[in-house]
Ligand binder design. Structure first.
Ligand code: NDP
Ligand code: MG
Length: 397
């Protein structure tokens, strides 16, 4: 049975909304700041956070004057001088800002499992989370759903496919939903032979043909791991069994996803590929769309849109995701960490492009893990798996 992800119990939806942008120096973070800056009557920037890009954080502090800025490393805290912005350090500080009464929305734009704790902190404090960080659902889906179902915290998806589904379901009775169809561009190597894929470099993998994104998700797109993670993300967001989550290759990235109803109708959401559309939708929901967020789509200019089914031999990652969903939540956590380690190793040149998915598959075989019940158990599981995989699969690093 599909349970809506939006609880809408106690939220005050009036503008202006106070927003935290976790991961403000990333691709999602920068787009979010642009939307906030363009809509000063609707959004106020309460806090931003960065990890390694302190020069950009400094610029963002000057340009946007948030009340707080959080850096990961305590040693970096003192190098900022700002009259308007208080500089804090560490994940704990970011998490406590996420629970402040004044905050309405937390944009989860941190990459990887590092983004999980602020997501959980914000949801526990009954905040709205505009969720880009899919890894937190892939690894911690059980915990996220438990919090949402027991409180009035809510997620509005930012990942473009999940946002599209969310948009297509507005006003629909979920009982009529037969399946959801996630579109996938196929990444930069869709037409390449397996031989050609063997010599793919990190620079080639990061250059996505349609979307401009951070390094990890770009590599994930090229291996189709991104779609695999998104199938698991959709399972937790929409509470659907994996058989009701389909994937369709659509190289142009114009149709962001579709919903498929029992009456034979499908509804899709279309726009030019620009994450600002999904971010703005999540920030403004349910008060109506913002104006002129992305360039208007011209289907006449595009002329034709293409679709094809997934070739599972070329893209075995999707099969692995389905295997994880059948096995249980802890297996998805292993899948997520193994992929984070594999992408990192590929970006450092330690493993080849074609090694990424087999390494993740091997990790699923090596790591026999217990189901987690709490955040501490999940974090311990993460660390254990990381240690085992570094020893067994990434020893050359
Ligand atoms: P980027 O790599 O561009 O940005 C990541 C952000 O996270 C940066 O602000 C980075 O800080 C911060 N960060 C990295 N590691 C840590 C850490 N250990 N602790 C705290 N902060 C950290 O990623 P994207 O913006 O591309 O992606 C962000 C998330 O959104 C990912 O989960 C991705 O899958 C998802 N997403 C992204 C899309 C896109 O178009 N980019 C589309 C859909 C989903 P710093 O730069 O200072 O090191
Ligand atoms: Mg996506």
């Amino acid at each position: 049975m599909l349970v809506p992800i939006v609880s809408n119990k106690h939220q005050d939806f009036s503008y202006p909304r106070k927003v935290i942008v976790a991961g403000s120096t990333g691709s999602i973070g920068k787009s979010t700041l642009e939307i906030i800056k363009n809509n000063p009557e609707k959004f106020e920037l309460f806090a931003i956070s960065a990890h390694s890009n302190l020069a950009l954080l400094e610029q963002q502090i000057v340009e946007h004057s948030p009340k707080y800025a959080v850096v990961t490393d305590a040693g970096a805290q003192n190098q900022f001088k700002s009259k308007h912005t208080e500089i804090l350090s560490g994940m704990q500080e970011l998490c406590s800002l996420c629970t402040e009464g004044i905050v309405d929305t937390v944009v989860a734009g941190i990459v990887g499992i590092a983004g999980l704790t602020p997501v959980l902190a914000a949801l526990k404090a009954n905040k709205r989370v505009a969720l880009a960080n899919k890894e937190s659902l892939v690894a911690g889906g059980v915990l996220v759903r438990e919090i949402i179902e027991s409180g009035s915290g809510e997620i509005i998806p930012v990942d473009s496919e999940h946002s599209a589904i969310f948009q297509c379901l507005q006003g629909e009775n979920v009982e009529n939903l037969k399946s959801i169809i996630l579109t996938a561009s196929g990444g930069p190597f869709l037409g390449k032979s397996l031989d050609e894929l063997g010599s793919v470099t990190s620079e080639m993998a990061i250059a996505h043909p349609n979307w401009s994104m951070g390094a990890k998700i770009s590599v994930d797109s090229a291996t189709m791991m991104n779609k695999a993670l998104e199938v698991i993300e959709a399972r937790w967001l929409y509470n659907l069994p994996e058989e009701q989550i389909e994937v369709l290759i659509h190289p142009e990235s114009i149709v962001h996803s579709l919903v498929n109803f029992y009456d034979g109708s499908q509804i899709a959401q279309l726009s030019v590929p620009d994450m600002k559309g999904a971010i703005a939708y999540a920030l403004s929901y349910p008060n109506g769309r913002l104006r002129e967020v992305v360039t208007e789509l011209s289907l006449a200019r595009i002329g034709s849109l293409n679709f094809e089914s997934v070739d599972h031999q070329r893209f075995p990652a999707l099969g692995l995701a389905r295997r994880c969903l059948k096995a249980g939540a802890a297996t998805s956590a292993v899948f997520n960490i193994a992929n984070e380690l594999a992408v990192d190793a590929f970006l450092k040149g330690t493993i080849g492009f074609l090694d990424i998915v087999p390494v993740v598959e091997e990790a699923l075989t090596i790591c026999d893990v217990q189901e987690y019940r709490t955040l501490d158990e999940l974090l311990a599981l993460n660390e254990d798996v990381r240690t085992v995989l570094k020893e067994r699969l990434f020893r050359k690093e």
